[in-house]
Design a protein around this ligand. Structure first.
Ligand code: ADP
Length: 235
């Protein structure tokens, strides 16, 4: 069985989850991955993993991430292209945190168009103050990646992951000054990507993710995008 998505009766295989830091992209991406059975590809996770493993990603990647600035387009484009070319992504994939600049968006569109793959951009729009509260309260399990928030989604036991008991960590770039820099980079470099998609007439779904719990936001995505089993109708 190959699962795919329908947007306005068109089959799409690539989901681009778009939104500012703290908009809930990672949480929704994980829910989509579980529902659709296609890989969740997060450039932030890939870069952090590369640094942990000591990969030769290119110069200054760790320093740029720690300061809240974006990593160079070349490095990220290369990483993503390699990942979405792998066989487990052939029936579809979910991009989280990419594209983040106009050059990345152009690169991705060209790659997808060249293969006849259609995408849908899901824009998670979230109120600025909500974002600040979320990012400053965010905690993550370093082992399984599960996200928590000390205000809105605390773990059952203070400071420990519900799933594996691992001590929860604060991401290095979740300090207040770095959060401000990440949000500034979003406004400056990433928000214009939305205009690019609009002007190019690509499929964009707007979802308000400010005040609902993750399940309710996921429900809104489901209402906007029809999850379908392609094998039933031969698409
Ligand atoms: P958030 O969306 O909360 O900022 P991410 O995990 O997506 O978190 O990204 C963390 C950092 O990784 C970014 O601040 C940036 O330095 C780097 N990064 C992630 N994705 C990209 C990208 N597509 N282009 C450039 N840098 C990126």
């Amino acid at each position: 069985m190959s699962l795919c998505l329908c947007v306005k009766e068109e089959t799409v295989k690539a989901i681009v989850l778009f939104g500012s830091p703290g908009s809930g992209k990672g949480t929704q991406a994980k829910m989509l991955m579980e529902r659709l059975g296609v890989p969740h590809i997060s450039t932030g996770d890939m870069l952090r993993e590369g640094i942990r493993q000591g990969d030769d990603l290119g110069s200054g990647v760790a320093a740029r991430m720690h300061s809240g600035a974006l990593v160079s387009d070349d490095i990220v484009n290369r990483l993503v292209e390699h990942r979405i070319s792998q066989s487990d992504a052939s029936s579809g994939f979910i991009l989280d945190g990419y594209p983040r600049t106009l050059a990345q968006a152009e690169h991705l569109c060209e790659w997808l168009d060249g293969r006849g793959i259609r995408e849908v951009v899901i824009h998670l729009a979230v109120d600025y103050n909500v974002i600040i509260a979320r990012l400053t309260g965010r905690r993550q399990c370093p082992r399984c990646g599960t996200l928590y928030n000390i205000a809105s989604q605390p773990p059952r036991v203070d400071g420990a992951c519900d799933l594996d008991g691992e001590k929860l960590a604060i991401r290095e770039d979740d300090s207040e000054g770095v959060i401000r820099e990440r949000l500034a980079a979003y406004e400056r470099q990433t928000h214009p990507v939305l205009r690019f998609y609009e002007k190019a007439g690509r499929r964009i779904v707007q979802v308000d993710g400010s005040f609902d719990l993750p399940n309710a936001v996921f429900q809104k995505i489901r209402e906007a995008v029809d999850f379908d089993d392609c094998s039933k109708n031969g698409r």
